[in-house]
Design a protein around this ligand. Sequence first.
Ligand code: ATP
Ligand code: MG
Length: 398
Amino acid sequence: MREVILCKYGEIILKGLNKANFENILLREVRRRTKAFGDFTVRYQQSTVYIEPNDEAAEEAIDAVYDQIGKIFGFAGICRAAVCEKNLESILETAVNYIPEKLAGMRTFKCESKRSDKRFPLSSPELSGEVGHALLKKMPHISVDVKNPDVVVRIEVREKAAYIHAGQDKGAGGMPLGSAGKGLLLLSGGIDSPVAGYMMMKRGMTVEAVHFESYPYTSEAAREKVLTLAHELTEYCGKLKVHVISLTHIQEVLRDNCEEDYFTLLLRRFMMRLASRTANVFECGALITGESLSQVASQTMKAMAVTEDAATVPIFRPCIGMDKEEIITISRKIGTFETSILPYEDCCTVFTPKHPRTQPELEKVMAQEEGLDIDALCNEAWATRNTVVLEQFKDPTF
Ligand code: ATP
Ligand code: MG
Protein backbone atom coordinates (compact mmCIF):
# COMPACT_ATOMS: atom_id res chain seq x y z
CA MET A 1 0.00 0.00 0.00
CA ARG A 2 1.32 3.43 -0.90
CA GLU A 3 1.52 6.00 1.86
CA VAL A 4 1.94 9.74 1.37
CA ILE A 5 2.12 12.78 3.62
CA LEU A 6 -0.51 15.50 3.39
CA CYS A 7 0.17 18.95 4.80
CA LYS A 8 -2.64 21.46 5.32
CA TYR A 9 -1.99 25.17 5.14
CA GLY A 10 -2.33 27.30 8.25
CA GLU A 11 -2.90 31.04 8.27
CA ILE A 12 -1.82 31.46 4.66
CA ILE A 13 -5.22 30.15 3.59
CA LEU A 14 -6.48 33.63 4.48
CA LYS A 15 -4.03 35.38 2.17
CA GLY A 16 -5.21 37.00 -1.00
CA LEU A 17 -3.11 37.91 -4.00
CA ASN A 18 0.23 37.14 -2.39
CA LYS A 19 -0.80 33.60 -1.41
CA ALA A 20 1.33 32.19 -4.25
CA ASN A 21 4.46 33.74 -2.69
CA PHE A 22 3.78 31.99 0.58
CA GLU A 23 3.06 28.72 -1.24
CA ASN A 24 6.32 28.89 -3.15
CA ILE A 25 8.29 29.40 0.02
CA LEU A 26 6.52 26.45 1.64
CA LEU A 27 7.17 24.17 -1.31
CA ARG A 28 10.84 25.14 -1.42
CA GLU A 29 11.16 24.32 2.29
CA VAL A 30 9.39 20.97 1.89
CA ARG A 31 11.67 20.09 -1.03
CA ARG A 32 14.80 21.10 0.88
CA ARG A 33 13.90 18.76 3.71
CA THR A 34 12.61 15.81 1.70
CA LYS A 35 15.66 15.91 -0.59
CA ALA A 36 17.86 15.04 2.38
CA PHE A 37 15.99 11.75 2.79
CA GLY A 38 15.37 10.50 -0.73
CA ASP A 39 13.37 10.89 -3.89
CA PHE A 40 9.96 12.44 -3.25
CA THR A 41 7.46 14.25 -5.43
CA VAL A 42 6.16 17.40 -3.81
CA ARG A 43 3.14 19.19 -5.24
CA TYR A 44 0.23 21.21 -4.03
CA GLN A 45 -3.43 21.42 -4.74
CA GLN A 46 -6.31 23.05 -2.91
CA SER A 47 -4.44 24.27 0.16
CA THR A 48 -2.73 20.91 0.64
CA VAL A 49 0.85 19.90 -0.08
CA TYR A 50 1.32 16.28 -1.11
CA ILE A 51 4.58 14.49 -0.44
CA GLU A 52 4.85 11.21 -2.31
CA PRO A 53 7.78 8.76 -2.07
CA ASN A 54 9.06 7.71 -5.49
CA ASP A 55 10.90 4.54 -4.58
CA GLU A 56 11.35 1.99 -1.83
CA ALA A 57 14.15 3.87 -0.11
CA ALA A 58 11.95 6.96 0.11
CA GLU A 59 9.07 4.85 1.42
CA GLU A 60 11.32 3.60 4.19
CA ALA A 61 12.34 7.14 5.12
CA ILE A 62 8.77 8.31 5.55
CA ASP A 63 8.93 8.38 9.39
CA ALA A 64 11.95 10.67 9.34
CA VAL A 65 10.38 12.87 6.68
CA TYR A 66 7.16 13.12 8.66
CA ASP A 67 9.16 14.31 11.65
CA GLN A 68 10.81 16.97 9.47
CA ILE A 69 7.53 18.16 8.01
CA GLY A 70 6.25 18.74 11.55
CA LYS A 71 8.86 21.47 11.88
CA ILE A 72 7.87 23.50 8.83
CA PHE A 73 6.21 26.77 9.75
CA GLY A 74 3.07 27.48 7.77
CA PHE A 75 1.33 24.11 8.09
CA ALA A 76 -1.56 23.86 10.54
CA GLY A 77 -1.98 20.11 10.26
CA ILE A 78 -0.12 17.14 8.84
CA CYS A 79 -1.08 13.53 8.36
CA ARG A 80 -0.10 10.34 6.67
CA ALA A 81 -2.57 8.86 4.25
CA ALA A 82 -2.99 5.73 2.19
CA VAL A 83 -3.44 6.36 -1.53
CA CYS A 84 -5.63 4.25 -3.75
CA GLU A 85 -7.55 4.29 -6.99
CA LYS A 86 -10.74 6.28 -7.18
CA ASN A 87 -13.22 3.45 -7.12
CA LEU A 88 -15.32 2.11 -4.25
CA GLU A 89 -13.76 -1.33 -4.24
CA SER A 90 -10.26 -0.01 -3.94
CA ILE A 91 -11.25 2.55 -1.30
CA LEU A 92 -12.93 -0.09 0.86
CA GLU A 93 -10.05 -2.51 0.57
CA THR A 94 -7.51 0.17 1.46
CA ALA A 95 -9.60 1.46 4.37
CA VAL A 96 -9.97 -1.95 6.03
CA ASN A 97 -6.25 -2.64 5.64
CA TYR A 98 -4.92 0.75 6.64
CA ILE A 99 -7.26 2.24 9.21
CA PRO A 100 -7.67 -0.42 11.98
CA GLU A 101 -4.09 0.04 13.19
CA LYS A 102 -4.70 3.82 13.41
CA LEU A 103 -7.74 3.24 15.59
CA ALA A 104 -5.94 1.05 18.13
CA GLY A 105 -7.08 1.99 21.62
CA MET A 106 -9.96 4.14 20.35
CA ARG A 107 -13.60 3.47 21.12
CA THR A 108 -15.48 5.54 18.60
CA PHE A 109 -15.01 6.96 15.13
CA LYS A 110 -16.88 8.54 12.29
CA CYS A 111 -16.16 8.81 8.58
CA GLU A 112 -16.15 12.00 6.61
CA SER A 113 -15.76 12.17 2.86
CA LYS A 114 -14.90 14.95 0.50
CA ARG A 115 -15.09 14.71 -3.25
CA SER A 116 -13.31 17.33 -5.27
CA ASP A 117 -13.89 15.05 -8.23
CA LYS A 118 -17.67 15.34 -8.50
CA ARG A 119 -17.82 12.62 -11.15
CA PHE A 120 -17.32 10.04 -8.44
CA PRO A 121 -20.55 7.99 -8.51
CA LEU A 122 -21.31 8.06 -4.77
CA SER A 123 -22.22 11.17 -2.81
CA SER A 124 -20.01 12.06 0.16
CA PRO A 125 -22.49 10.72 2.78
CA GLU A 126 -22.93 7.51 0.79
CA LEU A 127 -19.18 7.00 0.58
CA SER A 128 -18.76 7.69 4.33
CA GLY A 129 -21.53 5.18 5.03
CA GLU A 130 -19.89 2.47 2.92
CA VAL A 131 -16.46 2.92 4.50
CA GLY A 132 -17.93 3.15 8.02
CA HIS A 133 -19.85 -0.05 7.45
CA ALA A 134 -16.76 -1.90 6.20
CA LEU A 135 -14.68 -0.70 9.16
CA LEU A 136 -17.34 -1.74 11.68
CA LYS A 137 -17.39 -5.20 10.16
CA LYS A 138 -13.62 -5.47 10.54
CA MET A 139 -13.57 -3.98 14.07
CA PRO A 140 -16.71 -5.06 15.93
CA HIS A 141 -15.38 -3.68 19.27
CA ILE A 142 -15.51 -0.10 18.07
CA SER A 143 -18.60 1.99 17.38
CA VAL A 144 -19.67 5.03 15.41
CA ASP A 145 -20.25 8.33 17.17
CA VAL A 146 -21.08 11.11 14.77
CA LYS A 147 -21.20 13.83 17.43
CA ASN A 148 -18.05 13.32 19.45
CA PRO A 149 -15.85 10.60 17.94
CA ASP A 150 -12.37 9.74 19.21
CA VAL A 151 -11.11 9.75 15.63
CA VAL A 152 -12.40 11.00 12.31
CA VAL A 153 -11.59 8.77 9.34
CA ARG A 154 -11.35 10.94 6.25
CA ILE A 155 -11.77 9.85 2.68
CA GLU A 156 -10.79 12.43 0.09
CA VAL A 157 -11.54 11.74 -3.54
CA ARG A 158 -9.25 14.13 -5.34
CA GLU A 159 -8.06 14.83 -8.86
CA LYS A 160 -5.62 11.94 -9.27
CA ALA A 161 -6.45 9.46 -6.54
CA ALA A 162 -8.33 8.80 -3.32
CA TYR A 163 -6.67 9.40 0.04
CA ILE A 164 -7.67 7.75 3.30
CA HIS A 165 -6.41 8.86 6.66
CA ALA A 166 -7.29 8.98 10.33
CA GLY A 167 -6.13 11.46 12.93
CA GLN A 168 -4.28 14.55 11.88
CA ASP A 169 -1.28 15.83 13.87
CA LYS A 170 -0.77 19.48 14.58
CA GLY A 171 1.65 21.16 12.21
CA ALA A 172 4.28 23.66 13.36
CA GLY A 173 1.83 26.53 12.79
CA GLY A 174 3.03 30.06 12.09
CA MET A 175 3.98 31.58 8.77
CA PRO A 176 6.39 30.23 6.12
CA LEU A 177 10.00 30.92 6.99
CA GLY A 178 11.31 33.80 4.92
CA SER A 179 7.94 35.46 4.43
CA ALA A 180 8.49 38.15 7.08
CA GLY A 181 11.92 39.65 6.42
CA LYS A 182 15.14 39.03 8.30
CA GLY A 183 15.87 39.64 11.99
CA LEU A 184 19.07 39.52 14.03
CA LEU A 185 18.85 37.34 17.13
CA LEU A 186 21.01 38.29 20.10
CA LEU A 187 21.95 34.77 21.07
CA SER A 188 23.38 34.11 24.50
CA GLY A 189 23.91 30.69 26.00
CA GLY A 190 20.76 30.96 28.10
CA ILE A 191 17.31 29.47 27.88
CA ASP A 192 15.45 32.51 26.62
CA SER A 193 17.22 33.73 23.51
CA PRO A 194 16.99 30.45 21.51
CA VAL A 195 13.27 30.43 22.31
CA ALA A 196 13.00 34.06 21.16
CA GLY A 197 14.68 33.11 17.87
CA TYR A 198 12.32 30.17 17.39
CA MET A 199 9.28 32.37 18.06
CA MET A 200 10.25 34.86 15.37
CA MET A 201 11.15 32.10 12.89
CA LYS A 202 7.69 30.75 13.56
CA ARG A 203 6.20 34.05 12.45
CA GLY A 204 8.12 33.73 9.19
CA MET A 205 11.31 35.64 9.94
CA THR A 206 14.61 34.53 8.51
CA VAL A 207 17.12 34.86 11.32
CA GLU A 208 20.82 35.58 11.67
CA ALA A 209 22.44 35.69 15.08
CA VAL A 210 25.02 37.71 16.91
CA HIS A 211 26.81 36.40 19.99
CA PHE A 212 28.97 38.51 22.25
CA GLU A 213 31.80 36.82 24.05
CA SER A 214 34.45 38.01 26.42
CA TYR A 215 37.36 35.65 26.00
CA PRO A 216 39.28 34.75 28.23
CA TYR A 217 36.70 35.76 30.85
CA THR A 218 34.30 33.54 28.93
CA SER A 219 35.67 30.22 27.73
CA GLU A 220 36.00 28.39 24.46
CA ALA A 221 33.42 25.94 25.83
CA ALA A 222 30.93 28.78 26.36
CA ARG A 223 31.27 29.75 22.69
CA GLU A 224 30.83 26.14 21.58
CA LYS A 225 27.71 25.90 23.68
CA VAL A 226 26.22 28.90 21.86
CA LEU A 227 27.15 27.47 18.47
CA THR A 228 25.58 24.17 19.51
CA LEU A 229 22.38 26.05 20.36
CA ALA A 230 22.55 27.74 16.98
CA HIS A 231 22.94 24.35 15.31
CA GLU A 232 19.91 23.06 17.23
CA LEU A 233 17.89 25.99 15.91
CA THR A 234 18.72 24.97 12.34
CA GLU A 235 16.16 22.17 12.81
CA TYR A 236 13.65 24.98 12.26
CA CYS A 237 15.46 27.37 9.92
CA GLY A 238 17.81 25.15 7.90
CA LYS A 239 20.77 27.47 8.16
CA LEU A 240 21.92 29.97 10.75
CA LYS A 241 24.73 32.45 10.44
CA VAL A 242 26.25 33.46 13.78
CA HIS A 243 28.41 36.57 14.07
CA VAL A 244 30.64 36.34 17.12
CA ILE A 245 31.96 39.64 18.47
CA SER A 246 34.37 40.12 21.37
CA LEU A 247 33.43 42.55 24.13
CA THR A 248 36.53 41.84 26.22
CA HIS A 249 38.13 45.24 25.83
CA ILE A 250 34.86 47.13 26.24
CA GLN A 251 34.18 45.26 29.48
CA GLU A 252 37.64 46.07 30.82
CA VAL A 253 37.23 49.72 29.92
CA LEU A 254 33.84 49.81 31.66
CA ARG A 255 35.28 48.08 34.72
CA ASP A 256 38.13 50.58 34.93
CA ASN A 257 36.15 53.75 34.23
CA CYS A 258 32.52 53.45 35.26
CA GLU A 259 30.49 53.03 38.43
CA GLU A 260 29.87 49.36 39.10
CA ASP A 261 26.09 49.72 39.56
CA TYR A 262 25.72 50.82 35.94
CA PHE A 263 27.96 48.19 34.56
CA THR A 264 25.36 45.80 33.10
CA LEU A 265 23.34 48.62 31.54
CA LEU A 266 26.41 50.15 29.93
CA LEU A 267 27.42 46.75 28.58
CA ARG A 268 23.96 46.13 27.21
CA ARG A 269 23.99 49.50 25.47
CA PHE A 270 27.22 48.47 23.73
CA MET A 271 25.57 45.21 22.73
CA MET A 272 22.73 47.22 21.17
CA ARG A 273 25.10 49.46 19.25
CA LEU A 274 27.06 46.53 17.87
CA ALA A 275 23.95 44.48 17.16
CA SER A 276 22.41 47.46 15.32
CA ARG A 277 25.55 47.76 13.24
CA THR A 278 25.49 44.04 12.46
CA ALA A 279 21.81 44.33 11.53
CA ASN A 280 22.49 47.24 9.19
CA VAL A 281 25.42 45.57 7.47
CA PHE A 282 23.61 42.24 7.03
CA GLU A 283 20.24 43.80 6.18
CA CYS A 284 18.27 42.66 9.20
CA GLY A 285 15.22 44.82 9.91
CA ALA A 286 14.94 44.13 13.64
CA LEU A 287 16.87 42.87 16.64
CA ILE A 288 15.43 39.93 18.59
CA THR A 289 16.15 39.37 22.27
CA GLY A 290 15.00 36.88 24.88
CA GLU A 291 14.06 39.55 27.39
CA SER A 292 11.05 38.93 29.64
CA LEU A 293 9.61 41.72 31.75
CA SER A 294 11.03 41.81 35.29
CA GLN A 295 12.96 38.55 34.92
CA VAL A 296 16.24 40.18 36.00
CA ALA A 297 17.42 43.68 36.97
CA SER A 298 18.21 44.64 33.37
CA GLN A 299 14.71 43.66 32.23
CA THR A 300 12.59 46.20 34.09
CA MET A 301 10.70 48.63 31.87
CA LYS A 302 13.12 51.45 32.72
CA ALA A 303 16.22 49.33 32.21
CA MET A 304 14.97 48.13 28.82
CA ALA A 305 14.19 51.71 27.80
CA VAL A 306 17.77 52.73 28.67
CA THR A 307 19.14 49.76 26.72
CA GLU A 308 16.90 50.31 23.74
CA ASP A 309 17.97 53.95 23.52
CA ALA A 310 21.34 52.79 22.19
CA ALA A 311 19.81 50.67 19.41
CA THR A 312 19.09 52.10 15.98
CA VAL A 313 16.96 49.17 14.82
CA PRO A 314 13.57 48.09 16.25
CA ILE A 315 13.79 45.42 18.96
CA PHE A 316 11.43 42.45 19.00
CA ARG A 317 11.06 40.69 22.34
CA PRO A 318 8.78 37.69 21.76
CA CYS A 319 9.26 36.39 25.34
CA ILE A 320 8.38 39.69 26.99
CA GLY A 321 5.05 38.52 28.41
CA MET A 322 6.03 34.94 29.17
CA ASP A 323 6.80 33.38 32.54
CA LYS A 324 10.04 31.46 32.86
CA GLU A 325 8.05 28.22 33.05
CA GLU A 326 6.38 28.98 29.75
CA ILE A 327 9.73 29.76 28.14
CA ILE A 328 11.17 26.52 29.50
CA THR A 329 8.25 24.52 28.11
CA ILE A 330 8.99 25.86 24.62
CA SER A 331 12.70 25.36 25.12
CA ARG A 332 12.12 21.68 25.91
CA LYS A 333 9.77 21.29 22.96
CA ILE A 334 12.24 22.75 20.47
CA GLY A 335 15.15 20.77 21.88
CA THR A 336 17.45 23.54 23.14
CA PHE A 337 16.83 23.20 26.89
CA GLU A 338 19.45 20.58 27.70
CA THR A 339 22.17 22.60 25.99
CA SER A 340 20.97 25.87 27.52
CA ILE A 341 21.37 24.59 31.06
CA LEU A 342 25.00 23.52 30.61
CA PRO A 343 26.90 25.55 33.20
CA TYR A 344 29.04 27.95 31.18
CA GLU A 345 29.58 31.63 31.83
CA ASP A 346 28.16 34.43 29.64
CA CYS A 347 29.76 37.83 29.13
CA CYS A 348 26.82 39.32 31.07
CA THR A 349 28.01 37.41 34.12
CA VAL A 350 31.58 38.78 33.93
CA PHE A 351 32.14 41.69 36.37
CA THR A 352 28.46 41.63 37.43
CA PRO A 353 27.53 44.47 39.80
CA LYS A 354 26.40 43.55 43.32
CA HIS A 355 23.62 46.15 43.20
CA PRO A 356 22.54 46.64 39.59
CA ARG A 357 20.27 49.62 38.93
CA THR A 358 16.72 48.47 38.30
CA GLN A 359 15.19 51.94 37.82
CA PRO A 360 17.94 53.75 35.94
CA GLU A 361 17.67 57.31 34.58
CA LEU A 362 18.95 57.64 31.03
CA GLU A 363 20.84 60.89 31.80
CA LYS A 364 22.79 59.23 34.60
CA VAL A 365 23.69 56.28 32.40
CA MET A 366 24.78 58.60 29.62
CA ALA A 367 26.86 60.59 32.10
CA GLN A 368 28.79 57.38 32.77
CA GLU A 369 29.54 57.12 29.07
CA GLU A 370 30.86 60.68 28.77
CA GLY A 371 34.54 59.88 29.13
CA LEU A 372 34.39 56.90 26.74
CA ASP A 373 35.30 56.95 23.08
CA ILE A 374 32.24 54.99 22.08
CA ASP A 375 32.90 54.97 18.34
CA ALA A 376 36.46 53.77 18.75
CA LEU A 377 35.41 51.03 21.17
CA CYS A 378 32.70 49.86 18.78
CA ASN A 379 35.03 49.91 15.80
CA GLU A 380 37.56 47.88 17.69
CA ALA A 381 34.97 45.32 18.79
CA TRP A 382 33.53 45.18 15.28
CA ALA A 383 36.97 44.27 13.93
CA THR A 384 36.92 41.10 16.07
CA ARG A 385 33.81 39.82 14.27
CA ASN A 386 34.00 36.24 13.17
CA THR A 387 31.17 34.52 11.33
CA VAL A 388 30.21 30.87 11.63
CA VAL A 389 27.54 29.25 9.47
CA LEU A 390 25.59 26.29 10.90
CA GLU A 391 23.56 24.01 8.65
CA GLN A 392 20.86 21.53 9.55
CA PHE A 393 22.09 18.42 7.81
CA LYS A 394 25.79 19.07 8.40
CA ASP A 395 27.72 18.33 11.56
CA PRO A 396 28.77 21.59 13.15
CA THR A 397 32.48 22.44 13.01
CA PHE A 398 33.52 25.09 15.51
P1 ATP B 1 19.01 34.18 28.08
O1 ATP B 1 18.41 33.05 28.82
O2 ATP B 1 18.57 34.25 26.66
O3 ATP B 1 20.51 34.21 28.24
P2 ATP B 1 18.67 35.99 30.26
O4 ATP B 1 17.41 35.90 30.97
O5 ATP B 1 19.86 35.33 30.84
O6 ATP B 1 18.47 35.51 28.77
P3 ATP B 1 20.14 38.47 29.95
O7 ATP B 1 21.44 37.80 30.19
O8 ATP B 1 19.83 39.73 30.67
O9 ATP B 1 18.89 37.54 30.17
O10 ATP B 1 19.99 38.76 28.45
C1 ATP B 1 18.84 39.25 27.88
C2 ATP B 1 18.93 39.07 26.39
O11 ATP B 1 20.08 39.77 25.89
C3 ATP B 1 19.16 37.63 25.99
O12 ATP B 1 17.94 36.93 25.88
C4 ATP B 1 19.83 37.79 24.65
O13 ATP B 1 18.89 38.06 23.64
C5 ATP B 1 20.70 39.02 24.88
N1 ATP B 1 22.05 38.61 25.33
C6 ATP B 1 22.49 38.44 26.58
N2 ATP B 1 23.78 38.03 26.59
C7 ATP B 1 24.15 37.95 25.30
C8 ATP B 1 25.36 37.58 24.63
N3 ATP B 1 26.44 37.21 25.29
N4 ATP B 1 25.38 37.62 23.28
C9 ATP B 1 24.27 37.98 22.58
N5 ATP B 1 23.12 38.33 23.16
C10 ATP B 1 23.05 38.32 24.50
MG1 MG C 1 21.73 35.25 29.47
